[in-house]
Structure formats: structure tokens, C-alpha cells
Design a protein around this ligand. Structure first.
Ligand SMILES: Nc1ncnc2c1ncn2[C@@H]1O[C@H](COP(=O)(O)OP(=O)(O)OP(=O)(O)O)[C@@H](O)[C@H]1O
Ligand SMILES: [Mg+2]
Length: 239
């Protein structure tokens, strides 16, 4: 088992953002986490990456209890998060942004290898490596933040709403890259999207959250055949 989240509850003050939530992932698997605004999707990723601390429950990565570990420690174990919002340092160059992704590591040879590997995946970043990141388009910024997450050589990438605000053609490119990472480099992907569209297109396992709770889990294509998807998403009663 690569990742195991067991019965976590996360609160922000009096608000319960995630209640008794569990999931597991195997190596090489792609899992979509979907659900409407405020469902707790980002909170789930932040918990897994060590950015917020659950009040109850456990999180294991590679059988190691990562609860209470700082984000850098979890990243070192091979779990890299791409937060929502595609935040890049606009006044730094593309290459400087990538180097920041490697954290405190000082191994120059490894750094060069990792950079080469990111440039191989995203030639557009290589061509513009000395440009300021602030001039990149939204799609290119998404590639940069994915590239930055790859600098720690992760086995699992947890990515929050990669398609938000991007044109459909650009979203296709982002997903092509994610698919390549899975197929060519064996990465496991935990992908958060509000909409179920991409999960259904890609196929495979999907979980849906609403108001901090798991409301649906199964094969995305199978679930899309009936009314269950919409019912769970909008909270309709099923008859
Ligand atoms: N730092 C915070 N302090 C207080 N409340 C928060 C904080 N972060 C999130 N929340 C609340 O927790 C709940 C879950 O938020 P979260 O961001 O995890 O949802 P989400 O599913 O990612 O939503 P979206 O699709 O809009 O990104 C929401 O009600 C939100 O307002
Ligand atoms: Mg979110």
C-alpha cells in the first residue's frame, strides 16, 4: 500500500472540514477526488502533505506514519503536492522556481539531473528557463508548478485542481503530461477536481466528497452511467 488515510477528521476552529474520511492508494494508481466547493478536497490534500494536522485519524505513506511530520519531511519520503492556484514566484526565473522545488538539497549533480528530466517533459520550460516566471501563460504556469513538484523525485504527486481556469485545449495538454508521468515514470497520481468530467474521461477510481464527508466511491465510468453522480454531487435524494 502506497498511501493509507484512516478516519481523519480536520477542523478549522469550530468548522469541521473533513469528517472521518478514509482512502487508500496503491503504487502506480491514479485516484480522482471530486466534489463541489467547500467539500474538503483541498483540506484532504493539505492533510496528506502535512500542511494541516487532523485532530483524529492516521495517515501512512509507504507504511510510515506521517502524522505530525512537517511538509518537507513528507516530501522527502516521496510525496509531492501541487497546491491550488498555480503559485509561481513571478520575479524569479523559471529555472530558479524549479530549483526552489528541490528544497534544501545541495547535491548539484542530482539537481542537474532533475532539471534535465523536467525540461525533457516540458520543452517549453527549457526554452524559456531564464525568463521570469511571471510572463508565463496559465497553462505554462501549471507546467512549471508540476515541474517544481517533480524536483523532489516523488512517487506520488497530489495535485489540486490542475484544470481550474484553463482553456479546454490546455487542460488536455496538462492531462497528457500527467498521463505520461504515470505511464513512463510510474508515478502515482492523486488528482483533485471539482467536476467529475476528467475522472470520467480518464476512467479509473474516483471518490467524491461533499460537506467534508465521503458520498461516493467507485469506477468513474460506471458511476457516470446512472444518476448516482449528480445525486451525490448535488445532494439529491435517491428514489
Ligand atoms: N484556513 C481555513 N480556515 C478556516 N476555514 C477553512 C480554511 N480552509 C478551508 N476552510 C473551510 O473548510 C471547508 C473545506 O474547504 P476546502 O478548501 O478543503 O474545500 P474544497 O473542496 O477544496 O473547495 P473548493 O472546490 O472551493 O476548492 C470550507 O468550508 C472552507 O471554507
Ligand atoms: Mg479546493
Amino acid at each position: 500500500m502506497l498511501l493509507s488515510v484512516e478516519n481523519i477528521t480536520v477542523r478549522y476552529g469550530r468548522l469541521t472540514a473533513l469528517r472521518n474520511f478514509s482512502l487508500t492508494m496503491e503504487q502506480g494508481e491514479t485516484l480522482f477526488v471530486t466534489g463541489p466547493n467547500g467539500a474538503g478536497k483541498s483540506t484532504l490534500l493539505k492533510s496528506i502533505a502535512g500542511v494541516v494536522a487532523p485532530v483524529t485519524g492516521t495517515i501512512h505513506f509507504h507504511e510510515q506514519d506521517v502524522g505530525g511530520q512537517p511538509p518537507e519531511g513528507i516530501a522527502r519520503l516521496g510525496l509531492s503536492m501541487v497546491p491550488e492556484g498555480r503559485h509561481v514566484f513571478g520575479s524569479l526565473t523559471i529555472e530558479e522556481n524549479l530549483i526552489l522545488g528541490a528544497g534544501m538539497r545541495r547535491d548539484k549533480a542530482r539537481m542537474a539531473e532533475n532539471l534535465a528530466s523536467v525540461y525533457d517533459l516540458f520543452p517549453v520550460l527549457s526554452e524559456r528557463k531564464d525568463s521570469h516566471a511571471g510572463v508565463l501563460s496559465g497553462g505554462q504556469q501549471q507546467m512549471l508548478v508540476i515541474g517544481r513538484a517533480l524536483m523532489t523525485e516523488p512517487q506520488l504527486i497530489a495535485i489540486d485542481e490542475p484544470s481550474l481556469g484553463l482553456a479546454p485545449k490546455i487542460i488536455d495538454q496538462v492531462y497528457d503530461t500527467l498521463t505520461r508521468l504515470r505511464d513512463e515514470r510510474g508515478l502515482s497520481l492523486l488528482i483533485v477536481e471539482q467536476s467529475t468530467t476528467r475522472a470520467v474521461m480518464a476512467g479509473g477510481r474516483m471518490v467524491m466528497l461533499r460537506s467534508g464527508e465521503l458520498v461516493l466511491e467507485g469506477d468513474a465510468r460506471e458511476l457516470s452511467k446512472g444518476d448516482a453522480l449528480n445525486a451525490a454531487y448535488f445532494g439529491f435524494e435517491e428514489h
